[in-house]
Write a protein that binds this ligand. Structure first.
Ligand code: SAH
Length: 215
């Protein structure tokens, strides 16, 4: 599978469509323009990859809708800069991981399902993304060995804000986390100091649930 002119054209159209809905940070749009989303989904879904829709990636999980990826990356990029450490929970097919890598972040990502962890490795290697550090494990634990993180991005619906992840957020850093069961509020937590956090909400979304343990 290649990134043909036709794919590039469809991708550009999708990004224009996203920009007509929200004024995303241009760096986010440029990063998404460099990632061939169709190469993260099944061959048979190739022609659906540039619709603003979530798609199945196996193991009852989905690749997030492009609008959602753009919004989460946009919110994160208001705090995290190039070369900052960013932790992603819920690697899935690693599309969002690739977008974060294109933003210039040093990416650490955790997936709890072995088959998706392996799919993510394959997808990233094939496209020459060699810098993200992939970890198979339960994202509720984060990656304490590499903390603190300037940005923490959760790509599954969390029942609440996991305390362990708050601990791994750097002062001056930001967590972007969909909170709730069924539908989720996009919650942004900024760490102001050791003890102080602020919270804001950014609309309703629908994510697959954040589950504990591994499988
Ligand atoms: N960012 C992904 C989204 C995949 S859907 C993409 O672009 O494709 C969310 C993912 O979160 C699923 O793969 C699911 O297995 C994973 N997940 C759910 N709970 C988790 C947890 N506690 N730790 C790590 N990953 C988790």
């Amino acid at each position: 599978m290649f990134d043909t002119l036709q794919h590039k054209g469809r991708r550009k159209k999708l990004l224009e469509q996203l920009l007509s809905k929200f004024e995303f940070d241009p760096r986010v749009i440029e990063a998404m323009n460099r990632v061939p989303r169709h190469m993260f989904v099944d061959h048979g879904l190739d022609n659906l990859a540039y619709l603003d829709k979530p798609l199945p990636i196996g193991a009852k999980q989905t690749i997030s809708q492009p609008y959602t990826v753009a919004m989460q990356t946009h919110l994160l990029a208001q705090r995290a800069q190039k070369f900052d450490k960013v932790l992603e929970i819920g690697t899935g097919c690693a599309y969002q991981t690739a977008v974060l890598a294109e933003m210039g972040f040093r990416v650490y990502t955790v997936e709890r399902q072995k088959t998706l962890y392996m799919l993510a490795q394959k997808n990233l290697a094939r496209l020459d993304y060699h810098t993200p550090l992939l970890h198979f494990g339960d994202g509720f634990a984060g990656m304490p060995k590499f903390a603190p993180f300037k940005g923490i991005l959760i790509t599954c619906g969390a029942p609440d804000i996991p305390n362990e992840l708050l601990k791994q957020l750097a002062t001056g850093g930001r967590m972007v986390i969909p909170v709730g069961t069924g539908t989720q509020r996009m919650v942004v937590i900024d760490r102001i100091s050791d003890e102080e956090f602020t919270r804001s909400e950014h609309g309703d979304y629908k994510f697959v649930p954040m589950l504990s343990g591994t499988e």
